[in-house]
Ligand binder design. Sequence first.
Ligand SMILES: [Zn+2]
Length: 344
Amino acid sequence: MYAPSLTQLPVVPRPARDERLSSWLNRLAQLYAMPTNVFLADCGLKRNGAAALEWRLGEGEGAILASRTGMTVEAFRTMTFEKIAPQARLMIAPGNRYVCPGCPAGIHPKRRAFPWNFWCREHNLRLAASGGRNLGEWFPETVLALLDFSAHDGAMRLADWAHGRDEGVPSVPQLLDFLTTRHRKSSPPSLAEQPILSLEARRANHDFLTRPVARQALLIVVPEYDRVAPVLAKPVRAGLLSLAQGSLLQNFALTVGVGRMSTDPVGYAAMVLWASDGEGEHRLRQAIRGWPLALRRRIYGRFQRLNRIEAQASHATGWRSLTNSDSPSLTMRPVISLGSDTGC
Ligand SMILES: [Zn+2]
């Protein structure tokens, strides 16, 4: 029988700034050359695994850790995710979602578990995907600088929501449902989305060229993403899962989308409706049916105005509507300002 020792450990490294409990316990166990579970059992902690402890640290468990390390129970509580709302818990990754080239690999800050944090505050560096790809490989710096404003708005909103203090309307889950709704029917890669291929290569890649790709509202709200994302990797999961399971590029686009829609839900929702086809419009109307009635009225009013402008432009110039075009994005459409909602 293995009796837990209760004396204070001789060496206890300080947790790094914002370090999560599992990360620090893993480092501590490594220092004592033990698997983490064995180390925790040796400390007198019966629950299996550091991950379970960082969800919610029991009173007794905090006291045991405090007596073994000389730290306070409160210090441990701040290293857990107990303040994260149940609905947002699926956003927490088991480790760092993205990497900072300046940070030590073995340290996992709490912020780094969430999909909407794209900067290392310590080093003032953009985080990269775990494979090393950086957002700068997809977007020119000038475009990124503009997107950063909306990403910042979106990240603030998402962080508030995760901590149960967001009262914005539409809610974060409603916005993500909307952004991930298919506004048009799935379609194969358009000419603009296809690489230049020889006839032989086109035959060899027939499956790719004819594979239907889901077209979600996100592509209209964040056309910058539509332009650079690899076509088969454009679709994201539905609703909250989109962020919980997205890649760095997808999550950046979703965070920008949440930021933009938080700032101007009427303008962006109307724009997506305007770019939709019949079935897509029905799905979008379903997606926003839980939004406040007054907001929906303004959206439909703006949508009708966009339709009127389009009809007038079409009448004046003979310009062809997008609904008959094979372009998945808005790049073929005339630019209509998303200024403040004045009418309707
Ligand atoms: Zn860093």
